[in-house]
Ligand binder design. Structure first.
Ligand SMILES: Cc1cc2nc3c(=O)[nH]c(=O)nc-3n(C[C@H](O)[C@H](O)[C@H](O)COP(=O)(O)OP(=O)(O)OC[C@H]3O[C@@H](n4cnc5c(N)ncnc54)[C@H](O)[C@@H]3O)c2cc1C
Length: 386
């Protein structure tokens, strides 16, 4: 534990209050205007949310994984766009540096990422490299003391605000696959970097993604994370377990909100002369959602504790990501059903959440990729015991 229990409880409580009193009332405005008010971003910085996972020596809160999932469940109770604003700084935008960065890279970037002064984005996906992340074609060619980066990345979260990109680029040959890929810290102001138009998304209005184009971008050799070529995927893999647990916790938090909205509605809405919550078919939907929520919560919290204990968690983190993101999709679908026609109308938040949570099954590894990770590992484990 990075925090003592009382401090942790106070922090959880303050995030809970902030979500309910400040963020939930803003949800509709943020979705309609497709932007989070700047003063809210400043408040989230003040609360330390950008630095949740960054060690205290660099100005962050240095939360353990169990503490992080507790906070992120609270954040999941409101529109996920608020979490998205600081999510890249907490996840892959900072953790590559925390885990594998050189002392100079840590000192240069982490303090500003922790305060939110600097936004970190992670640039892996390309037009022809999504799930097959090892096939990225963005190149980084050594030129004296520098590298020259060329290529295009797409769907990059927070790119329009980013001050630094962690760019996965090929330093080796195509045949080397993931072993030929390195991670670079690229300042967003460097000449040769341009952004595409903001993507028009299904949901999560207020969170922004776009293409990032690198044309002959010259970066110094010390921009290579860890100072060694070909380590990019090893770094990404180390960060993945944390990221998967983070998205799982977010899904659990959103499921809680959707269940609460459904129960509230069902106990007020009357049909056939009684509240619809008295109908057992409606109760079945509520009960299924509650049960699945609880299963997801238990999985995430148990795996986070294993992570903190230093146990290998890749199998369980992938299982959490698969289960929790699919679970919140089912919970959102039932929430719409419980609301009847109102569930299809954007005045009721379940319509928006239904679209927002669809993303959780796609990014940070699709559900199919989680299934492959899980199956490969249990088959390998079985073969090793033969
Ligand atoms: C809003 C948003 C934000 C994003 N943010 C970022 C970001 O910040 N940084 C970043 O780098 N990327 C980001 N992404 C990209 C995201 O991580 C990818 O979209 C995702 O990994 C899937 O890749 P893809 O879209 O190319 O789909 P594909 O890989 O083309 O997959 C299409 C379908 O095929 C399935 N499939 C693929 N391979 C297999 C297989 N071997 N076996 C079985 N099924 C398979 C997939 O599961 C999926 O159903 C973001 C995407 C979105 C939509």
């Amino acid at each position: 534990m990075a925090l003592d229990q009382e401090t942790l409880n106070q922090f959880i409580e303050s995030v809970r209050r902030y979500v309910r009193d400040r963020l939930i009332p803003l949800e509709m405005q943020v979705a309609e205007e497709d932007r989070i008010p700047e003063e809210v971003i400043d408040e989230m910085k003040e609360m330390g949310l950008f630095g949740l996972s960054i060690p205290e020596e660099f100005g962050g809160l240095g939360l353990s994984m169990a503490e992080e999932v507790a906070i992120i469940q609270e954040m999941g109770y409101t529109s996920p766009v608020f979490r998205s604003m600081f999510g890249t700084n907490v996840g892959i935008g900072s953790q590559g540096i925390v885990i594998d960065g050189t002392p100079e890279q840590k000192a240069r970037y982490l303090p500003r990422l922790a305060t939110g002064e600097l936004i970190g984005s992670f640039a892996l996906t390309e037009a022809d490299a999504g799930s097959d992340a090892g096939s990225v074609m963005t190149s980084a060619r050594r030129d004296g003391d520098d590298y020259i980066i060329n290529g295009s990345k797409r769907f990059i979260t927070n790119a329009p605000r980013a001050g630094v990109f962690t760019v996965m680029a090929r330093t080796g040959t195509r045949e080397e696959g993931g072993r030929g890929v390195s991670a670079f810290l690229v300042d967003a102001t460097l000449p040769g970097i341009s952004l595409g138009k903001p993507d028009k998304k299904m949901g999560q209005k207020g969170a922004h993604t776009c293409d990032v184009i690198f044309e002959n971008v010259r970066v110094p050799a010390d921009a290579l994370i860890g100072g060694k070529e070909g380590q990019g995927f090893k770094t990404a893999m180390k960060v993945l377990d944390r990221g998967r647990l983070h998205i799982s916790a977010l899904s659990v938090g959103t499921a809680r909100r959707l269940i609460d909205e459904s129960v509230n509605y069902a106990t007020q809405r009357k049909q056939f002369g009684t509240e619809i919550s008295n109908f057992q078919l409606v109760q079945a939907m509520l009960a299924d959602s509650q049960t699945e929520y609880y299963a997801g919560k238990c999985m995430v919290e148990a795996t986070a504790r294993s992570y903190d204990a230093g146990e290998p968690v890749s199998l369980n983190a992938a299982s959490c990501k698969l289960y929790c993101t699919e679970m919140v999709g089912r919970v959102a679908d039932r929430a719409v059903q419980v609301h009847g026609g109102a569930g299809y109308i954007s005045e009721y938040c379940v319509e928006r959440f239904y679209r927002d949570v669809r993303l959780f099954r796609l990014y940070e590894g699709t559900s199919q990729i989680q299934q492959l990770v899980i199956a490969k590992q249990i088959i390998r484990n079985a073969q090793n015991t033969l």
